[in-house]
Design a protein around this ligand. Structure first.
Ligand SMILES: C[C@](O)(CO)[C@H](O)COP(=O)(O)OP(=O)(O)OC[C@H]1O[C@@H](n2ccc(N)nc2=O)[C@H](O)[C@@H]1O
Ligand SMILES: Nc1ncnc2c1ncn2[C@@H]1O[C@H](COP(=O)(O)OP(=O)(O)OP(=O)(O)O)[C@@H](O)[C@H]1O
Length: 290
Protein backbone atom coordinates (compact mmCIF):
# COMPACT_ATOMS: atom_id res chain seq x y z
CA UNK A 1 0.00 0.00 0.00
CA UNK A 2 2.86 2.40 -0.69
CA UNK A 3 2.08 3.69 -4.18
CA UNK A 4 -0.21 6.45 -3.00
CA UNK A 5 2.22 8.43 -0.83
CA UNK A 6 1.64 12.00 -1.83
CA UNK A 7 5.37 12.44 -2.25
CA UNK A 8 5.27 9.93 -5.14
CA UNK A 9 5.94 11.46 -8.57
CA UNK A 10 2.36 11.61 -9.78
CA UNK A 11 1.34 13.65 -12.83
CA UNK A 12 1.22 17.35 -11.97
CA UNK A 13 -2.40 17.57 -13.05
CA UNK A 14 -3.57 14.83 -10.62
CA UNK A 15 -5.74 15.85 -7.64
CA UNK A 16 -5.18 14.23 -4.21
CA UNK A 17 -7.97 12.63 -2.13
CA UNK A 18 -6.37 11.99 1.28
CA UNK A 19 -7.65 9.59 3.93
CA UNK A 20 -8.96 10.84 7.28
CA UNK A 21 -8.67 9.38 10.74
CA UNK A 22 -11.23 9.82 13.50
CA UNK A 23 -8.85 10.46 16.41
CA UNK A 24 -11.82 9.67 18.67
CA UNK A 25 -15.55 9.19 18.03
CA UNK A 26 -18.35 9.50 20.59
CA UNK A 27 -22.02 9.00 19.90
CA UNK A 28 -23.88 11.53 22.02
CA UNK A 29 -27.44 11.11 20.74
CA UNK A 30 -29.71 10.42 17.84
CA UNK A 31 -31.77 12.65 15.52
CA UNK A 32 -35.43 11.97 14.81
CA UNK A 33 -34.52 10.65 11.34
CA UNK A 34 -32.31 7.99 12.96
CA UNK A 35 -28.97 9.65 12.16
CA UNK A 36 -26.54 9.60 15.07
CA UNK A 37 -25.18 12.73 16.69
CA UNK A 38 -21.43 12.51 17.04
CA UNK A 39 -18.44 14.18 18.52
CA UNK A 40 -15.28 13.41 16.63
CA UNK A 41 -11.91 14.82 15.68
CA UNK A 42 -10.97 14.53 12.03
CA UNK A 43 -7.35 14.65 10.92
CA UNK A 44 -6.03 13.94 7.42
CA UNK A 45 -3.08 11.72 6.57
CA UNK A 46 -0.55 12.09 3.79
CA UNK A 47 -1.85 9.07 1.94
CA UNK A 48 -4.80 8.52 -0.37
CA UNK A 49 -6.30 8.23 -3.84
CA UNK A 50 -5.38 10.28 -6.89
CA UNK A 51 -8.00 11.64 -9.28
CA UNK A 52 -7.53 12.71 -12.91
CA UNK A 53 -10.03 14.94 -14.71
CA UNK A 54 -10.16 15.37 -18.47
CA UNK A 55 -12.70 17.96 -19.61
CA UNK A 56 -15.06 17.10 -22.45
CA UNK A 57 -17.53 19.28 -24.33
CA UNK A 58 -20.41 16.83 -24.79
CA UNK A 59 -21.82 17.36 -21.29
CA UNK A 60 -21.26 13.75 -20.24
CA UNK A 61 -19.73 12.53 -16.97
CA UNK A 62 -17.71 9.43 -17.80
CA UNK A 63 -15.88 7.12 -15.37
CA UNK A 64 -12.65 5.85 -16.89
CA UNK A 65 -11.67 3.51 -14.04
CA UNK A 66 -13.38 0.43 -12.62
CA UNK A 67 -14.43 0.28 -8.98
CA UNK A 68 -15.17 -3.34 -8.04
CA UNK A 69 -18.74 -3.78 -6.83
CA UNK A 70 -19.75 -0.15 -7.46
CA UNK A 71 -21.92 0.63 -10.50
CA UNK A 72 -21.09 3.81 -12.42
CA UNK A 73 -24.25 5.61 -11.31
CA UNK A 74 -23.53 4.80 -7.64
CA UNK A 75 -19.89 5.89 -7.72
CA UNK A 76 -19.54 8.89 -5.41
CA UNK A 77 -17.19 10.50 -7.93
CA UNK A 78 -19.80 10.34 -10.70
CA UNK A 79 -22.58 11.40 -8.32
CA UNK A 80 -20.52 14.38 -7.11
CA UNK A 81 -19.78 15.50 -10.69
CA UNK A 82 -23.45 15.21 -11.72
CA UNK A 83 -24.56 17.03 -8.59
CA UNK A 84 -22.27 19.92 -9.39
CA UNK A 85 -23.30 19.89 -13.04
CA UNK A 86 -26.89 20.45 -11.95
CA UNK A 87 -25.75 23.65 -10.17
CA UNK A 88 -24.01 25.14 -13.19
CA UNK A 89 -26.39 27.54 -14.91
CA UNK A 90 -24.58 27.82 -18.26
CA UNK A 91 -24.08 25.10 -20.91
CA UNK A 92 -23.19 21.79 -19.30
CA UNK A 93 -19.53 20.92 -19.27
CA UNK A 94 -18.52 17.28 -19.19
CA UNK A 95 -15.62 15.32 -17.77
CA UNK A 96 -13.87 11.96 -17.87
CA UNK A 97 -12.72 10.94 -14.39
CA UNK A 98 -10.06 8.37 -13.57
CA UNK A 99 -9.41 7.34 -9.97
CA UNK A 100 -6.15 5.71 -8.88
CA UNK A 101 -7.73 3.92 -5.95
CA UNK A 102 -5.50 3.08 -2.99
CA UNK A 103 -7.78 3.54 0.01
CA UNK A 104 -9.63 0.43 1.18
CA UNK A 105 -13.41 0.58 0.64
CA UNK A 106 -15.48 0.37 3.81
CA UNK A 107 -12.28 1.14 5.69
CA UNK A 108 -13.55 3.98 7.87
CA UNK A 109 -10.86 6.28 6.52
CA UNK A 110 -13.23 8.06 4.17
CA UNK A 111 -12.08 6.92 0.73
CA UNK A 112 -15.40 7.42 -1.02
CA UNK A 113 -16.13 10.69 0.80
CA UNK A 114 -12.67 12.07 0.00
CA UNK A 115 -13.00 11.13 -3.69
CA UNK A 116 -16.38 12.91 -3.76
CA UNK A 117 -14.96 16.03 -2.09
CA UNK A 118 -11.97 16.19 -4.43
CA UNK A 119 -14.34 15.89 -7.38
CA UNK A 120 -16.48 18.78 -6.09
CA UNK A 121 -13.47 21.02 -5.39
CA UNK A 122 -11.60 20.18 -8.61
CA UNK A 123 -14.59 20.51 -10.94
CA UNK A 124 -15.79 23.71 -9.26
CA UNK A 125 -12.36 25.05 -10.26
CA UNK A 126 -12.05 23.43 -13.70
CA UNK A 127 -15.63 24.18 -14.75
CA UNK A 128 -15.45 27.73 -13.30
CA UNK A 129 -18.68 27.14 -11.33
CA UNK A 130 -17.82 29.83 -8.80
CA UNK A 131 -19.34 28.08 -5.74
CA UNK A 132 -17.75 29.11 -2.45
CA UNK A 133 -16.50 26.70 0.23
CA UNK A 134 -19.76 26.83 2.23
CA UNK A 135 -21.86 26.00 -0.84
CA UNK A 136 -19.56 23.12 -1.80
CA UNK A 137 -19.61 21.75 1.76
CA UNK A 138 -23.42 21.86 1.77
CA UNK A 139 -23.56 20.01 -1.54
CA UNK A 140 -21.07 17.52 -0.12
CA UNK A 141 -23.19 16.81 2.95
CA UNK A 142 -25.94 15.52 0.66
CA UNK A 143 -23.47 12.92 -0.64
CA UNK A 144 -22.26 11.75 2.78
CA UNK A 145 -21.69 12.90 6.35
CA UNK A 146 -17.91 12.91 5.96
CA UNK A 147 -17.73 14.89 2.71
CA UNK A 148 -17.79 18.45 4.18
CA UNK A 149 -14.58 18.06 6.21
CA UNK A 150 -12.75 16.90 3.08
CA UNK A 151 -14.14 19.86 1.10
CA UNK A 152 -12.96 22.32 3.76
CA UNK A 153 -9.58 20.60 4.07
CA UNK A 154 -8.79 21.48 7.68
CA UNK A 155 -8.47 19.10 10.61
CA UNK A 156 -11.59 19.70 12.65
CA UNK A 157 -13.53 19.07 15.81
CA UNK A 158 -16.91 17.88 14.52
CA UNK A 159 -20.38 17.72 16.00
CA UNK A 160 -23.89 17.12 14.67
CA UNK A 161 -23.66 14.32 12.10
CA UNK A 162 -20.16 15.55 11.33
CA UNK A 163 -21.11 18.77 9.56
CA UNK A 164 -20.58 21.25 12.42
CA UNK A 165 -16.86 21.77 12.03
CA UNK A 166 -14.40 23.81 14.06
CA UNK A 167 -10.86 23.84 12.62
CA UNK A 168 -8.15 22.62 15.03
CA UNK A 169 -4.38 22.33 15.12
CA UNK A 170 -3.30 19.11 16.79
CA UNK A 171 -0.13 17.01 16.87
CA UNK A 172 0.81 15.80 13.40
CA UNK A 173 1.96 12.39 14.62
CA UNK A 174 3.04 9.57 12.37
CA UNK A 175 0.43 6.85 12.06
CA UNK A 176 0.54 3.18 11.24
CA UNK A 177 -2.84 2.34 9.69
CA UNK A 178 -3.77 -1.34 9.41
CA UNK A 179 -6.52 -2.29 6.94
CA UNK A 180 -8.04 -5.68 7.87
CA UNK A 181 -9.24 -7.74 4.92
CA UNK A 182 -12.91 -6.94 5.44
CA UNK A 183 -15.22 -4.06 4.65
CA UNK A 184 -17.41 -2.79 7.49
CA UNK A 185 -20.75 -1.38 6.28
CA UNK A 186 -21.31 1.87 8.23
CA UNK A 187 -25.05 1.33 8.28
CA UNK A 188 -24.75 -2.11 9.95
CA UNK A 189 -22.77 -0.63 12.84
CA UNK A 190 -25.18 2.29 13.33
CA UNK A 191 -28.12 -0.14 13.37
CA UNK A 192 -26.64 -2.48 15.99
CA UNK A 193 -28.83 -2.53 19.13
CA UNK A 194 -25.76 -2.80 21.37
CA UNK A 195 -24.13 0.40 20.09
CA UNK A 196 -23.37 2.97 22.80
CA UNK A 197 -25.47 6.01 21.94
CA UNK A 198 -25.42 8.07 25.12
CA UNK A 199 -21.85 9.18 25.71
CA UNK A 200 -21.50 12.39 27.69
CA UNK A 201 -20.18 15.23 25.52
CA UNK A 202 -16.52 16.12 26.06
CA UNK A 203 -14.44 19.23 25.36
CA UNK A 204 -11.34 19.60 23.21
CA UNK A 205 -9.23 19.92 26.36
CA UNK A 206 -10.50 16.52 27.57
CA UNK A 207 -9.29 14.93 24.34
CA UNK A 208 -5.92 16.69 24.62
CA UNK A 209 -5.60 15.32 28.17
CA UNK A 210 -5.90 11.78 26.82
CA UNK A 211 -9.70 11.36 26.84
CA UNK A 212 -11.86 10.03 24.04
CA UNK A 213 -12.44 6.59 22.55
CA UNK A 214 -14.39 5.16 19.64
CA UNK A 215 -17.92 4.18 20.69
CA UNK A 216 -18.26 1.92 17.64
CA UNK A 217 -15.27 -0.23 18.60
CA UNK A 218 -17.05 -2.81 20.81
CA UNK A 219 -19.69 -3.53 18.16
CA UNK A 220 -17.15 -3.66 15.32
CA UNK A 221 -14.70 -5.91 17.20
CA UNK A 222 -17.54 -8.32 18.04
CA UNK A 223 -19.03 -8.45 14.54
CA UNK A 224 -15.73 -8.38 12.62
CA UNK A 225 -13.14 -10.45 14.53
CA UNK A 226 -10.40 -9.61 11.95
CA UNK A 227 -10.60 -6.00 13.15
CA UNK A 228 -10.17 -7.04 16.79
CA UNK A 229 -7.15 -9.15 15.83
CA UNK A 230 -5.56 -6.19 14.01
CA UNK A 231 -6.13 -3.94 17.06
CA UNK A 232 -4.56 -6.55 19.37
CA UNK A 233 -1.52 -6.79 17.10
CA UNK A 234 -1.10 -2.99 17.04
CA UNK A 235 -1.39 -2.87 20.85
CA UNK A 236 2.11 -4.43 21.09
CA UNK A 237 3.52 -1.12 19.82
CA UNK A 238 1.07 1.66 20.69
CA UNK A 239 -2.50 2.30 21.72
CA UNK A 240 -4.80 1.11 18.92
CA UNK A 241 -7.80 3.15 17.76
CA UNK A 242 -10.62 2.35 15.36
CA UNK A 243 -11.25 4.96 12.64
CA UNK A 244 -14.91 5.77 11.91
CA UNK A 245 -16.87 2.53 11.87
CA UNK A 246 -13.76 0.60 10.77
CA UNK A 247 -12.39 -1.59 9.42
CA UNK A 248 -9.08 0.33 9.72
CA UNK A 249 -7.27 0.57 13.04
CA UNK A 250 -4.43 2.99 13.64
CA UNK A 251 -1.83 3.96 16.20
CA UNK A 252 0.28 7.08 16.63
CA UNK A 253 4.11 7.19 16.76
CA UNK A 254 6.54 10.05 17.42
CA UNK A 255 8.51 9.48 14.20
CA UNK A 256 8.36 7.82 10.83
CA UNK A 257 11.18 5.51 11.92
CA UNK A 258 9.24 4.26 14.97
CA UNK A 259 6.11 3.63 12.90
CA UNK A 260 8.15 1.78 10.28
CA UNK A 261 9.70 -0.51 12.94
CA UNK A 262 6.17 -1.71 13.74
CA UNK A 263 5.26 -1.92 10.04
CA UNK A 264 8.29 -4.16 9.43
CA UNK A 265 6.79 -6.86 11.64
CA UNK A 266 3.35 -6.80 9.99
CA UNK A 267 2.07 -10.36 9.59
CA UNK A 268 2.31 -11.67 6.01
CA UNK A 269 -0.74 -10.92 3.88
CA UNK A 270 -1.92 -7.93 5.96
CA UNK A 271 -2.26 -4.48 4.41
CA UNK A 272 -0.99 -1.39 6.18
CA UNK A 273 0.69 1.94 5.56
CA UNK A 274 2.63 4.56 7.47
CA UNK A 275 1.73 8.21 6.93
CA UNK A 276 2.00 11.52 8.69
CA UNK A 277 -1.07 13.21 10.19
CA UNK A 278 -1.93 16.52 8.51
CA UNK A 279 -3.95 19.46 9.77
CA UNK A 280 -4.20 20.83 6.20
CA UNK A 281 -5.38 18.62 3.38
CA UNK A 282 -3.08 18.33 0.34
CA UNK A 283 -6.24 19.14 -1.66
CA UNK A 284 -5.94 22.77 -0.51
CA UNK A 285 -2.33 23.06 -1.76
CA UNK A 286 -3.40 21.53 -5.08
CA UNK A 287 -6.26 24.01 -5.41
CA UNK A 288 -3.94 26.96 -4.75
CA UNK A 289 -1.61 25.68 -7.52
CA UNK A 290 -4.61 25.77 -9.90
C1 LIG B 1 -18.78 7.21 11.13
C2 LIG B 1 -18.17 8.28 10.25
O1 LIG B 1 -17.24 7.74 9.34
C3 LIG B 1 -17.41 9.26 11.14
O2 LIG B 1 -16.49 10.00 10.41
C4 LIG B 1 -19.23 8.98 9.47
O3 LIG B 1 -20.17 9.60 10.30
C5 LIG B 1 -19.91 8.10 8.46
O4 LIG B 1 -20.02 8.87 7.32
P1 LIG B 1 -20.39 8.26 5.88
O5 LIG B 1 -19.65 7.02 5.62
O6 LIG B 1 -20.25 9.43 4.94
O7 LIG B 1 -21.87 7.84 6.13
P2 LIG B 1 -23.17 8.17 5.31
O8 LIG B 1 -23.02 7.65 3.93
O9 LIG B 1 -23.53 9.61 5.50
O10 LIG B 1 -24.21 7.26 6.12
C6 LIG B 1 -24.36 5.88 5.98
C7 LIG B 1 -25.44 5.41 6.95
O11 LIG B 1 -24.92 5.39 8.28
C8 LIG B 1 -25.87 5.87 9.22
N1 LIG B 1 -25.34 7.07 9.87
C9 LIG B 1 -24.32 7.77 9.31
C10 LIG B 1 -23.78 8.88 9.95
C11 LIG B 1 -24.36 9.27 11.19
N2 LIG B 1 -23.90 10.33 11.85
N3 LIG B 1 -25.37 8.55 11.72
C12 LIG B 1 -25.88 7.46 11.09
O12 LIG B 1 -26.79 6.84 11.60
C13 LIG B 1 -27.15 6.17 8.43
O13 LIG B 1 -27.95 5.01 8.50
C14 LIG B 1 -26.64 6.34 7.00
O14 LIG B 1 -27.60 5.98 6.06
N1 LIG C 1 -15.47 6.39 -5.28
C1 LIG C 1 -15.78 5.53 -4.29
N2 LIG C 1 -14.80 5.05 -3.50
C2 LIG C 1 -15.10 4.20 -2.49
N3 LIG C 1 -16.32 3.75 -2.21
C3 LIG C 1 -17.34 4.19 -2.96
C4 LIG C 1 -17.11 5.10 -4.04
N4 LIG C 1 -18.29 5.35 -4.59
C5 LIG C 1 -19.21 4.65 -3.92
N5 LIG C 1 -18.66 3.94 -2.93
C6 LIG C 1 -19.40 3.07 -1.97
O1 LIG C 1 -19.29 3.65 -0.66
C7 LIG C 1 -19.01 2.64 0.32
C8 LIG C 1 -18.20 3.26 1.47
O2 LIG C 1 -16.96 3.60 0.94
P1 LIG C 1 -15.79 4.30 1.77
O3 LIG C 1 -14.52 3.80 1.24
O4 LIG C 1 -15.99 5.78 1.77
O5 LIG C 1 -16.06 3.73 3.21
P2 LIG C 1 -15.52 4.22 4.55
O6 LIG C 1 -14.04 4.43 4.44
O7 LIG C 1 -16.01 3.26 5.57
O8 LIG C 1 -16.18 5.64 4.74
P3 LIG C 1 -16.41 6.47 6.04
O9 LIG C 1 -15.18 6.54 6.83
O10 LIG C 1 -16.78 7.79 5.41
O11 LIG C 1 -17.52 5.76 6.75
C9 LIG C 1 -18.24 1.56 -0.45
O12 LIG C 1 -18.42 0.31 0.14
C10 LIG C 1 -18.85 1.65 -1.85
O13 LIG C 1 -19.95 0.78 -1.97
Amino acid sequence: MNASRFSAPFAAEAWPAPAKLNRFLHIVGRREDGYHLLQTLFQFVEYGDWLHFELRDDGRVVRASELPGVAVDDDLVVRAARFLQAQVPCSSPGVTIRVDKHLPMGGGIGGGSSDAATTLVALNHLWHCGLDEDALAMLGLRLGADVPVFVRGRAAWAEGVGERLTPVDIDELWFLVVAPACAVPTVAVFKDPELTRDSAPIRMRDFLAGGGRNDCAAVVYRRFPEVAVAAEWLAQFTQPHLSGTGACVFGGFPSSAAANVALASLPAGWRAFVARGLNRSPLLERLIRG
